[in-house]
Design a protein around this ligand. Sequence first.
Ligand code: PLP
Length: 387
Amino acid sequence: MEIREFGIYGGQFVEGEILKAIKEVEYAFEQYRNDPTFLNEFHDLLKNYASRPSMLYYAKRMTEDLNGAKIYLKREDLNHTGAHKINNVLGQVLLARRMGKTRIIAETGAGQHGVATATACALFGLECEIYMGEEDMRRQALNVFRMQLLGAKVNGVKMGTKTLKDAVDAAFYDFATHLENTYYLIGSAVGPHPYPLMVREFQKVIGEEIKVQILEKENRLPDLVVACVGGGSNAIGAFYDFLNDTEVGLLGCEAAGKGLGTKLHAATMTLGKDGVFHGMYTKFIQDDLGQVLPVYSISPGLDYPGVGPEHVHLLESKRASYIAVTDEEAVYALRYLSKMEGIIPAIESAHAVFGAMQKAKTMGKDQIIVINLSGRGDKDMEELSNY
Ligand SMILES: *Cc1c(COP(=O)(O)O)cnc(C)c1O
């Protein structure tokens, strides 16, 4: 039976031992996704370990300066480990424990997902191995050190371009060859079913909280929710609870890097083509022969050549729209938010800040924008000072 959960997008394009491993995850997820004991444990961890709910902050100076829509920031940067990634990691580690797995593996690009995974494994005393391209290990030496400090083993990947794409391949191979004790913890709303759906379920708490908090503060829903899109997990987490509230606009901001006219971008929604990649049917940046091309962004979290299939479905069905924001625009927005509100966002999140700033100017003062601030900017200071 073929499943395509998101219109024609999604699916489970894997074979052999990998399919067997993925099926085991799928059955476990179906068993526990609505299990009250499982969900209680998950929400207890979100509250007492990750420090949720994250606050919804009214950006007063920014609002006054832009002189348009009222702007709120959903402060995922205040979560333990400094980003939204911890939500998904805690959910999947709980599932792996239910499945009786004792060893967790994960891929990482810049190291942010690796650090979040190593954190949750430390919390539960699970063995943890992270696959990371050797080129990325060199560029992100500090995160390699963090993961090791947290007790994880970091495996350098020597294949291909020695970056994220190759780390994913290595992790799938490990998964297929260590079925008995190992769980593969994917870091974004990507990969074969059930991962895109499961990661969304573990991240949808962001949008659910936004809804409660904005109703409390404004007694109405926002006109627009804005989030950055790499693989798409923080964006789908922020959007999901609003999908049926069609008066709420949804805007995803992906990385235009050095410009859409160059080869140095990661604008999958804008310039990608349909195809199969990493086990899913989605859009990805490819050449005419369907080979995945290298992508680029100043944000380590946004330079992935594919995108979560649910976003492509939201684009095709016109429920959400997507724009591409350049490095230069993102850096501008990062500096702007830092000076205007005393909040230094992650360079990924700054893509959403820029998109929202453009929209805010065109909207009325009676309108409301919520920006999902996916993470804090400390990790980007070295890159930024070089820029
Ligand atoms: C990893 C990361 C992203 C991109 O991942 P998504 O799955 O698209 O959310 C965005 N912001 C921050 C702070 C990240 O660490």
